[in-house]
Design a protein around this ligand. Structure first.
Ligand SMILES: *[C@@H]1O[C@H](CO)[C@@H](O)[C@H](O)[C@H]1NC(C)=O
Ligand SMILES: *[C@@H]1O[C@H](CO)[C@@H](O)[C@H](O)[C@H]1NC(C)=O
Ligand SMILES: *[C@@H]1O[C@H](CO)[C@@H](O)[C@H](O)[C@H]1NC(C)=O
Ligand SMILES: *[C@@H]1O[C@H](CO)[C@@H](O)[C@H](O)[C@H]1NC(C)=O
Ligand SMILES: *[C@@H]1O[C@H](CO)[C@@H](O)[C@H](O)[C@H]1NC(C)=O
Length: 479
């Protein structure tokens, strides 16, 4: 064989290899981590047939529905758990949420999930709500492991103007987006997600973090979604339910795009709310007690499911104990990595793939010293202890028949409560007086947990944050 022919064949072989490389599918799963905002226990079709979520219902029923998947009581703490694998009381983000004017952020020494996934070869994209700090660029998504970010930094905003607390809050990576005034956020966020999916090469594993704006207040939704609930008398409730259905359609459009792009068959979907429904904004958690901003089950027992061809056991309700901190190590393990042993989360991969018993037997709902009084709540086995400030409203609120509801339980806001959640998942029977030994044991355990608490990062509002000094937008650069 002449040298020229050899060279020619070699070149062809290399061309074939590189072409195949370009079209080969990754063996690692794509991961779609969907976080709904303030979606209540009773605000999804698989818990309440009056709620129209056909896409989510189908995914949940084809996959595995989690019946004891716990989250934190508000947004920032849950997102802390998702992105760091630590309980917020170990990070300093346990007190309510990060407010736009406060210099608050997840400290830089915490490694976030997308950073770990990048080490494993993943492309990492985020569309939606951050809420983990923005006063310095180093705290923002593209500095914490995301290849791209399209969304907003704060808790909520107007769905049409994208303004919150006097400042525009909408970015494409680092750039302010000021061309979307009047457009409903869910539409163009979904368009961006589809764009990311369509451009993604199938030979690279994809991590898509989708913390949706829906269904956080303000209660705003295009009329056609509200019309689905024409039979619902209460206007706020009708709007809230419309926002749930808009979320459902958005997820449907994303799954369609993933199918069209040839990614779907190798995609693990994890869907969760960040906390319970917000009663004052027409969210509903019936029959659970209380809601968002409280430590009751209505605020902390979240709707969640997983879906994907890799699931070995499907079409059932899983009753294993899962906490928001567990998604970090679970996703890492699915991606072929392992989390640092020091984190609070434990991998639930075997639980979600094949229904094996959860490695978790206890967790901390929250520990915070800043509230009007100290607060702490833990779950150990079947028992739950709440000590101190529990939050309001704390009753059992029906979505449709308020005359039969108890918006307030009559209990004080601060107290000591002990429940056996196995016998009493709706927290009607306080056992604190009748089980003194159990109470002591649980209180000792809570105090033990409290020893490792990091004080809440909770500075006074900083006038340097004022959007007027930053071209009208909430912007990094003042801390
Ligand atoms: C980050 O630093 C704080 C303060 O020094 C410390 O308490 C915490 O344990 C550190 N966390 C990690 C994950 O390194
Ligand atoms: C979903 O896709 C349909 C068809 O393209 C479109 O009409 C609709 O507005 C999309 N919905 C959302 C929430 O993006
Ligand atoms: C990659 O997956 C897609 C969709 O499942 C399939 O159509 C295609 O043939 C696969 N490519 C290779 C090289 O296996
Ligand atoms: C409210 O609930 C009660 C008890 O379940 C029932 O008797 C009553 O008919 C309900 N009212 C409405 C308007 O649904
Ligand atoms: C979900 O948990 C509740 C207790 O809170 C229990 O009554 C119910 O049977 C469980 N659902 C399923 C399908 O296991």
């Amino acid at each position: 064989m002449s040298k020229r022919v050899t060279l020619f064949l070699l070149t062809c072989a290399l061309a074939v290899v590189s072409a195949r490389h370009g079209s080969e599918n990754t063996t690692k799963p794509h991961i779609l981590f969907i976080v709904a905002d303030d979606l209540g226990w009773n605000d999804v079709g698989w818990h309440n047939p009056d709620v129209k979520t056909p896409v989510l219902d189908q995914l949940a029923h084809e996959g595995v529905i989690f019946n004891q998947s716990y989250v934190n009581y508000v947004c920032t703490p849950s997102r802390t758990a998702f992105m760091t694998g630590y309980f917020p009381y170990h990070v300093g983000s346990q007190h309510l949420v990060f407010f736009p004017q406060q210099a608050q952020a997840i400290p830089s020494n915490f490694t976030m999930l997308p950073e770990k996934l990048k080490e494993l070869g993943y492309a990492t994209h985020m569309v939606g709500k951050w809420h983990l700090g923005f006063c310095n660029w180093k705290y923002t998504p593209t500095y914490r492991g995301f290849d791209s970010f399209y969304g907003y930094y704060n808790a909520d905003e107007d769905y049409y103007t994208h303004v919150v607390a006097g400042g525009l809050d909408l970015r494409d990576d680092k750039e302010v987006v000021n061309t979307k005034n009047g457009q409903y956020g869910t539409y163009f966020f979904t368009d961006r997600i589809i764009d990311v999916v369509e451009k993604h090469p199938t030979d690279t594993p994809l991590f898509l973090y989708l913390p949706f704006q829906n269904v956080h207040e303000p209660l705003e939704v295009p009329q056609r979604f509200e019309d689905i609930y024409a039979n619902v008398q209460d206007e706020n409730r009708r709007k809230l339910l419309g926002m749930v259905s808009a979320l459902d359609e958005a997820v449907g459009n994303v799954t369609m795009a993933m199918k069209n792009a040839g990614l779907w068959d190798n995609t693990l979907v994890i869907f969760t709310t960040d906390n319970g429904g917000w009663i004052v904004a027409s969210g509903n958690n019936y029959p659970l007690r209380g809601g968002k901003v409280t430590l009751w089950e209505g605020g902390t027992r979240g709707v969640a499911f997983a879906h994907g061809k890799m699931l070995q056991k499907t079409g059932y309700t899983n009753n294993e104990l899962i906490h928001a901190v567990d998604w970090f190590p679970t996703i890492l393990e699915a991606a072929g990595g392992t989390a640092d042993a020091a984190i609070d989360g434990v991998s639930q991969l075997d639980t979600i793939l094949s229904g094996k018993p959860s490695p978790r037997t206890e967790f901390v709902y929250n520990i915070d010293d800043v509230f009007p009084t100290k607060q702490g709540a833990i779950r150990v086995g079947d028992y739950k202890l709440i000590e101190g400030y529990a939050g309001k409203p704390d009753g059992w609120i029906r979505p449709d028949n308020l005359t039969e509801s108890q918006p307030d339980s009559g209990d004080p806001t601060t107290g000591t409560w002990l429940f056996n959640l196995k016998d009493d998942p709706t927290e009607h029977n306080n056992l604190a007086a009748t089980m003194p030994d159990k109470l002591k044991e649980m209180q000792a355990k809570l105090e033990d947990y409290r020893k490792s608490m990091v004080p809440a990062i909770n500075p006074l509002p900083d006038p340097k944050s004022n959007p007027k000094d930053w071209g009208g937008a909430w912007s990094p650069g003042w801390c």
